[in-house]
Design a protein around this ligand. Structure first.
Ligand SMILES: Cc1ncc(COP(=O)(O)O)c(C=O)c1O
Length: 301
């Protein structure tokens, strides 16, 4: 019966490696589901199961995502015997959509989407349909659900602090991150601040300014997604850097050749900035960033 109430079979713990002198990268890409988002998914789903809002075997989980959160949900929900239905915009890559199905998610509202409906409208339709038929449906709502933020504060951040003990001289952490929901950025920063002096750097795509609600087309899937990141606490941020696709691509190419890992686009953007900052560090300072996900997703559409 234990399997029905927790997902402890999932190994969610990732290595922290000094990839370049002074630059520590946490390999979230090694998680089941391929990114840091599985942590938010697990925390949120387990909490809802504990609270009785999800009944394994009965409740259907619904979300609008074509990205890493969808993979996280699929992995966690499979472990807990909970069905997942995702409204995935048709603009997302066909490969991602096929893989989400392979991971066990059901893609919903395809007809509606092809007639021009938004994923948000598909979710509303699905929830309405469920309430009319008395079916138990739970909308995870990652852009408002505080559990995402808590997952990164109490799990990712806490795990990172344990790992940083390997550097006993460390006093100041320069955390370089980006924001979609802002949950990982704020959660990790909050945790780090309980132990270290922290300087927070927000990376954004060139031409975007999330604070002002200015967004442009860019290839950094997962950051600056067209809405102000709901969990970002702007007062935590000391500096913002803009990165162009060309700069990130050059970092990606170099990192592939020097380390043998194809990093995703958001990681490449953050690493571009991290490498600049690492040039003037003392022994008591480290730059920390996440390896959010692998780059293979972004090599084809
Ligand atoms: C690849 C990638 N990088 C960064 C982010 C931003 O993460 P967060 O939602 O915690 O701000 C996401 C979010 O989906 C992502 O998929």
């Amino acid at each position: 019966m234990k399997k029905w109430v927790d997902s402890s079979n999932l190994k969610i713990q990732t290595p922290l490696r000094e990839v370049v002198k002074g630059v520590l990268m946490k390999f979230e890409c090694d998680n089941p589901g391929g990114s840091h988002k599985v942590r938010a998914a697990r925390y949120l789903i387990e909490k809802a199961v504990r609270d009785g809002r999800i009944v394994p075997g009965e409740t259907v989980v619904v979300e609008k995502t074509g990205g890493n959160f969808g993979f996280g949900l699929a992995v966690v929900c499979h472990e807990l015997h909970v069905q997942v239905e995702l409204a995935v915009g048709l603009g997302f890559s066909a490969v991602k959509r096929r893989c989400l199905e392979m991971f066990g998610a059901r893609l919903i509202g395809i007809d509606m989407l092809s007639r021009g409906a938004t994923p948000k409208e598909v979710v509303a339709w699905r929830l309405d349909q469920a309430s009319r038929s008395g079916q138990s449906c739970f909308f995870t709502d990652q852009f408002s659900n505080l559990a995402s933020l808590h997952a990164h504060e109490f799990e990712t951040g806490a795990e990172l602090i344990e790992q940083l003990r390997q550097w006993p001289r460390l006093k100041q952490v320069i955390f370089v991150g980006c924001a979609g929901t802002g949950a990982s950025f704020t959660g990790i920063t909050r945790a780090l601040r309980s132990q270290y002096e922290v300087t927070c750097i927000l990376v954004e795509p060139e031409g975007c300014d999330s604070a002002q609600g200015i967004f442009a087309e860019h290839p950094f899937e997962g950051m600056a997604v067209g809405v102000a990141p709901p969990f970002l606490e702007w007062e935590l941020i000391q500096a913002r850097y803009a990165v162009s696709p060309q700069m990130a691509m050059e970092t990606k190419r170099r990192f592939c050749q020097s380390h043998g890992y194809l990093i995703g686009n958001t990681t490449a953007a953050c690493l571009t900035v991290a490498m600049q900052l690492a040039q003037r560090l003392t022994d008591e300072q480290k730059v920390v960033l996440l390896f959010y996900d692998h780059g293979l997703w972004y090599t084809q559409s």
